[in-house]
Design a protein around this ligand. Sequence first.
Ligand SMILES: C=CC1=C(C)c2cc3[nH]c(cc4nc(cc5[nH]c(cc1n2)c(C)c5CCC(=O)O)C(CCC(=O)O)=C4C)c(C)c3C=C
Ligand SMILES: [Fe+2]
Ligand SMILES: [Fe+2]
Length: 339
Amino acid sequence: MLPAAILPVGHPPIPKRKVGVLLTNLGTPDGADTKSVKRYLAEFLSDRRVVEIPPLIWQPILRGIILNTRPQKSAEAYAQVWSEDGSPLAAITKAQNKALQGAFGPGVMVDWAMRYGKPSIPERLQAMKDAGCERILVAPLYPQYCGATTATANDKAFEALAKMRWQPALRTLPPYHDDAVYIEALATSIEAGVAALDFEPQAIVASFHGMPQRTLELGDPYHCHCQKTGRLLGERLGKPLIVSFQSRFGRAKWLEPATDITLEELPAKGITKIAIVAPGFSADCLETLEELAIRGRESFEEKGGTHFAYLPCLNASDVGVEMLRTLLARELEGWVSAA
Ligand SMILES: C=CC1=C(C)c2cc3[nH]c(cc4nc(cc5[nH]c(cc1n2)c(C)c5CCC(=O)O)C(CCC(=O)O)=C4C)c(C)c3C=C
Ligand SMILES: [Fe+2]
Ligand SMILES: [Fe+2]
């Protein structure tokens, strides 16, 4: 803060100039109860980047059917993975933020926010600006670009800036699906995970969050980004991975092959020992801990699978944080000298 004595009377306080990094992820309910999940799903599923059906048609379906059925089922699923620190997604994003404090020097403030729920992107951007951040790197933590994740997070940030008299300059973290630093971090983490198992997997399944098939046809690069990550990771590990897509939502056709069906079919093909990873998630969450590690295991074992291991996401591991530090430092070039 500049000393008040050198500012003319009535002049607003001027904080010391800083650079900001805002880590963002999807968002998660405040609690594993039906009411909190309903509030979260109402916001999430009203985003027109997520459900591209015209609101006049979609909102009655959402309010009349989905929000009266899904929250209870989803709350039961959340309850199975809820931790002492709350939702795993929030707890891990918070831990990533903590691990990156001071990583880019004293003049760089690192913070975190969620696209849906709290802490919100507008609230944290305003706090950063108030603290003196005149340049902010918004970092949606999605390795693969997707309109329903990366773009909507960036939209929210720009929407917040639209309301500011004095806007900070903004940069956004590009997708890093084929970045050597990301592939190496994944490979290192997978190799360590596999080495710690008491069995040798016959195959590694790489499960990415699904998307409607239509988004691929309309030009969203998400599918290609996932496939490229899978290919590069397989090349680095020295054996091809089985790429699949999980978490189908609604009646439209989604990207294939579906993870649940893939897991059910593997034992009949003689593959009874597998490790499964989720390279598209920068933090473990409901979709990995419940859908893959619990339900995925059940599907696989019911069909004759004998050995199943879910390997965690990069999360706030040393290798994961070092990867984020490297990617973010690169994007801060020209803004921060000693990053
Ligand atoms: C990592 C990328 C993600 C993409 C792409 C994505 C697309 C997408 N998701 C839904 C619907 C739901 N997703 C839900 C949870 C969820 N999704 C992601 C990530 C991606 N989603 C994460 C990280 C999470 C976990 C949040 C957590 O709290 O742990 C849910 C909520 C849970 C449930 O009720 O099943 C829904 C619903 C759509 C429709 C979509 C693309 C069109
Ligand atoms: Fe999702
Ligand atoms: Fe593709």
